[in-house]
Write a protein that binds this ligand. Structure first.
Ligand code: SF4
Ligand code: SF4
Length: 84
């Protein structure tokens, strides 16, 4: 499972960070510090950056990646037909 990102569509709402922390907490809490992805904005050109770290497990055990489901702006998605 591979995720694609489109930072141009990102509004910085941080719903994805909350959703990811919900996954890592075992559906117990929302703690952005536990998120595998970080959203930030450049103070130079206002561009958005979305970065994943090694703690991303592809949302193992979930029906689909929670970060993707949480992003209502279509800035995150899953590549179709990609296994790894
Ligand atoms: S949920 Fe989507 S729009 Fe919101 S910060 Fe995350 S990537 Fe950006
Ligand atoms: S796929 Fe799951 S674990 Fe990986 S960044 Fe998205 S919400 Fe977090």
């Amino acid at each position: 499972m591979r995720l694609w990102i489109d930072p141009r569509k990102c509004t910085g709402c941080l719903r994805c960070e909350l959703a990811c922390s919900f996954h890592h907490s075992g559906h117990v809490s929302f703690q952005p510090e536990r998120s595998s992805l970080r959203v930030s904005r450049s103070n130079v050109d206002k561009s958005m950056r979305i970065a994943f770290d090694d703690s991303c497990d592809g949302c193992a055990g979930e029906r689909s990646p929670l970060c993707v489901r949480a992003c209502v702006f279509n800035a995150l998605g899953v590549h179709k037909g990609v296994a790894a």
